[in-house]
Each structure stands twice: as C-alpha cells, then as structure tokens.
Design a protein around this ligand. Sequence first.
Ligand code: F6R
Length: 241
Amino acid sequence: MKIIKVNNYDELSEKAAEIIAEAVKKNPSTTLGLATGSSPLGTYNKLIDMCKFGKVDFSKVHTVNLDEYVGLEPTHDQSYRYFMNTNLFDHINIDKNNTFVPSGIAPDMEAECKRYDGVIEKNSPISVQLLGIGENGHIGFNEPADYFPEGTHVVDLTDSTIEANKRFFGSKDEVPKKAITMGLGSIMKAETALLIACGKQKVHAIDMLVNGKVDPKCPASILQNHKNAIIIVDNDAAAKI
Ligand code: F6R
C-alpha cells in the first residue's frame, strides 16, 4: 500500500483527481469505479473543473458505482444515482448511458446482484476504483463481517453506518436499513484502489486499515493485499499511522 499524507481536504481532492484524470488520459475509454458520500465531493469538483478547462475528456469513459440504498428510487435526492448525477455526471461530458449504479428498487434484488456483477464484468477492467472508508472500516457497503464477500450483494447496514449517514437524511429513522454493494472481489480486481479519508472521525478506521491484520471485521484491511492500493489521508485521519 502506498500512503500519501496531505495537509488538507483540498490537497487530498487534488491528488485523487490527478490520479483519476491520468487514468482517463492513458485510456480515454477506461472504466472508473466511483464512490459517493462526503469524501469524494472535492475530487469530483476538481474533475469537473479539469473537464471544463479541456484537461480531461470523459466522452468515452464508462463508470461503475460501488453501491446504492435499497428502497430508494433513482430520483430520490439521497439515492446514490441522484448523487452521481448532481455531483458529477451532469457537469462533465460523459454519456450517462455509460454510467452504472446498482438498482435499489429492483423487484428481485438477488437477480439485481447477478445483473450488476455482469455489468462490472462487461466494463472490466476498472482502472481506478475510488473508495471512501466508513468509521467501522467498511468500503463500498461491505460492512464488518466474518468473511470477505466476493460479488455484489445486499447488506444490512450496521447501526454505526446508519448513525454516520443520518446527517444526509431528516432523521435516523429515514436512513434505509439495507444497501446493495459491489463485493470486495470486484474491488480487489481494480488496477488501482484509491482510498481517500479525511478528518478525526476516520482515525480508527485508518489505523485498522494500515496497522491492523487483514480481517473481515475491518473490510478495508483487505487492501493490504491489493497490488496497487493508494491511500490518501489528511493529517487528522493519519493521526495513528
Ligand atoms: C459510498 C461508500 C461508502 C463511503 C463511506 C464514507 O459510496 O461506498 O463506503 O465511502 O461510508 O463516507 P463519507 O465519505 O461520507 O465519510
């Protein structure tokens, strides 16, 4: 694992955006793995600016997202499809037909997991998989478990994740209790796994990821075995590493 320590969120976002833009320059029709949440917002803003100034061209890029809440329509303002459209896709020259987010409202979620694994396969390889990290060490919505799930699956969100994400909803009760997420097998197949973390609330997760043993109780720890994992952390999140 390569660890890059930065002074602040702006530097973190700049570095992450540079790595993603490089992958697109190297292969204009590359597939990017994308994440939602607070962490990537700055990265997406940098990519939007680069695109506006003609420094990166997304016209042939494909994207696969990590996860979606079960039960939320794509038009719901807290769905991850809505997040991706409003925070990135609407502002860059990407063809939305080439952007993929698992469905949280498929009538048969098991079938949707299989379908999404097919989508990932068809768009593989993922050149850069962008990742945030949960306070409990989750990546995507792969929550702490007894094993590392390979493929796309439906998960029960842990209380700590629901608690952490209630800031986006009116109340804790409104946070969906289930999500569909890309599995760790797919994340591990990405050519580069790029994890970004910022703030004191991530100290424990980053400590477990970097200094702990590879253990499904901290799903992100699997990145210790990734061939090219890059972890970008600000000083606060890096307090114990
Ligand atoms: C979101 C995702 C999650 C988040 C994590 C951190 O697509 O996969 O793993 O990256 O919950 O969220 P933030 O960045 O909001 O702290």
